[in-house]
Ligand binder design. Structure first.
Ligand SMILES: O=C(O)C(=O)C[C@H](O)[C@H](O)COP(=O)(O)O
Length: 204
């Protein structure tokens, strides 16, 4: 799995994970994979995140990436922990160049035309659209996708199971991202598998 397009098309949804306890990493990843969701974005928002990546990477079928990567140091730590793709909330030239140089599949956040132009200049073509709802929602992405017809997107930020189908109906959208599948306080792994199943069955 060495290109971002393949990772984006494993399932219609990439779950955005905020996990506080590394002991929950494997059961959560197993529950998601059982529900048909393989690409897992572990955000670097908790002290446990790098351990979570290490644990999830042991789960068969899981394709584990790091999210909330904002600089080169985090990029390297995530790769060292076993992240096989990298997601960032925004795009800087420094981070973009470092990610490209490392060879890791990279999905940088973009919210406007200038962000996308920076990405295209760097040779990137697949972007997160973040924060999707707050940055103008579906009308904004449709307007951006017209001039940047070569770009492909993963809208993230405010997307839900209810709104995902409308986003996924946009031809330039390969998948959506969202935190709704795995709540931060989790007790019921069967519910995670059920939510993953519902998400994995969305039409693309
Ligand atoms: O952590 C990152 O790298 C981000 O860019 C932010 C997340 O992708 C969104 O916060 C998910 O949004 P919700 O699904 O509305 O919770």
């Amino acid at each position: 799995m060495n290109d971002i397009a393949s990772i984006m098309t494993l399932a219609p949804v990439i779950p955005v994970l905020v996990i506080d306890d590394a002991a929950q990493a494997r059961p959560i990843a197993e529950a998601l994979v059982a529900g048909g969701i393989r690409a897992l974005e572990v955000t670097l928002r908790t002290p446990a995140a790098l351990d979570v990546i290490r644990e999830m990477a042991k789960v068969e079928g899981a394709v584990v990436g790091a999210g909330t990567v904002t600089n080169e140091t985090q990029l390297q730590s995530a790769i060292d922990a076993g992240a096989t793709f990298i997601v960032s909330p925004g795009l800087t030239e420094k981070l973009g160049r470092a990610a490209i140089e490392s060879g890791v599949p990279f999905l940088p956040g973009t919210a406007n035309a200038a962000d996308i132009m920076l990405g295209l200049d760097l040779g990137l073509s697949h972007f997160k659209f973040f924060p999707a709802e707050a940055a103008g929602g579906i009308p904004a992405l449709k307007a951006l996708a017209a001039p940047f017809y070569q770009a492909r997107f993963c809208p993230t930020g405010g997307v839900s199971l209810a709104t995902a189908p409308t986003w996924l109906a946009i031809p330039e959208v390969l998948c959506v991202g969202g935190s709704w599948i795995v709540p931060r306080k989790i007790e019921d792994y069967a519910a995670v598998t059920a939510a993953a199943k519902a998400a994995s069955q969305l039409a693309v």
